[in-house]
Design a protein around this ligand. Sequence first.
Ligand code: PAF
Length: 279
Amino acid sequence: MRIVTTVAEMQRVCAEFRAAGQVVGFVPTMGALHEGHLSLVRRAKAECGVVVASIFVNPLQFGPKEDLAKYPRTFEQDVERLTAEGVEALFAPEVAEMYPAGAETTVTVAGIGDRLDGASRPGHFTGVATVVTKLFHAVGRCRAFFGMKDAAQVAVLRRMVADLNFEVEIVGCPIVRDADGLALSSRNAYLSAEERQRALVLHRALGEMQGRIAGGEVSSAALMDAGMGVLKAQDGVVVDFLAVVDSGTLLPVEQVGPGTLVAVAAFVGKTRLIDNFVV
Ligand code: PAF
């Protein structure tokens, strides 16, 4: 696997792939790769001629009190995993390459970018949209694979790609879970064994809501009550939000139907975890 550290070289490498007639599959990540990321790589491999990935811990998407400094970094192991999966090129720039001195432009997806995680983490989606714009300009025309665990991120990026005419197709891929139901996340590494047990309440709450929907419940208010009941019964978990929204706009809906996103975010100790399902 070729490791590329500059935007200019990444543009050249990806242009060569396209000139050779290949569709480029792109998997953007912040590293600390787990089976969730590898599922994106495998899907991209199955559907595209060549696969490129990126590893960049993007400072712009972390708030001042968030975990940028301690975010897990496992670069050598990540390189081994991507190589084993047959990824052709890895873009791994330094911060100064992505944000050179004097850079002032950011990308804000107004409205939708301030909903769900965007409301709890002001500026987060501007950081994501800005770095993903720069990554898309480095890779060029491609199909880009994102995990649906970050369903709000997928909605924001779909809006951005449509609004700004990127030659990119966003592909949302299913959440990958541990055997006990916990959604895989690089941040799970922060959890103690006891916190990890507590964290399962997110999956339980969503399961309760999903069960009620299967049983015919369509009222968002009733579903929220049921989900909140499960979350509140768990000591040591602080709910950030539980939301029943349209998966495209992230606006609340009164009744659930196909395409409704049910999303939860909660702090387990100091670790903020998210999970969701789409009806
Ligand atoms: O989902 C992530 O890992 C990040 O938000 C992304 C899309 C790589 C941008 O930094």
